[in-house]
Design a protein. Structure first.
Length: 113
């Protein structure tokens, strides 16, 4: 039945519950205990349509938050990759400078016996 409703109608249906939904979302994000009980209390006594709307809205917000966290993680991983590339480049340049120092000092071979 929710699938047939317009987004504006759903928003009107949830208007009185958004503060509770957002509070529950924060509780879930903070990994608080008894989030399931808080959800059950929120749904208790509500008509079936309102229950479905609350659960669907909560799912939507959780998906959006997960996508946001994934983007943050991707940014962190990319920065970490860039740092590793710079580190490897620096090591290579040090090695190259070391090798070149032998060439300029007149040593023709790097034999270690």
């Amino acid at each position: 039945m929710l699938q047939k409703m317009k987004p504006e109608d759903l928003d009107a249906l949830l208007k009185d519950h958004m503060a509770d939904i957002l509070a529950l979302l924060e509780a879930i994000a903070n990994e608080e205990e008894n989030c399931d009980i808080k959800l059950a209390e929120m749904l208790d006594g509500e008509p079936e349509l309102v229950r479905e709307a609350i659960v669907e809205k909560l799912r939507e917000l959780l998906r959006a938050r997960a996508a946001e966290k994934e983007k943050e993680l991707d940014k962190y991983l990319e920065a970490s990759r860039r740092q590793e590339i710079v580190r490897q480049r620096n090591i290579f340049m040090q090695w190259l400078a070391w090798i070149m120092s032998f060439q300029h000092s007149g040593i023709r071979s790097l034999e270690f016996t």
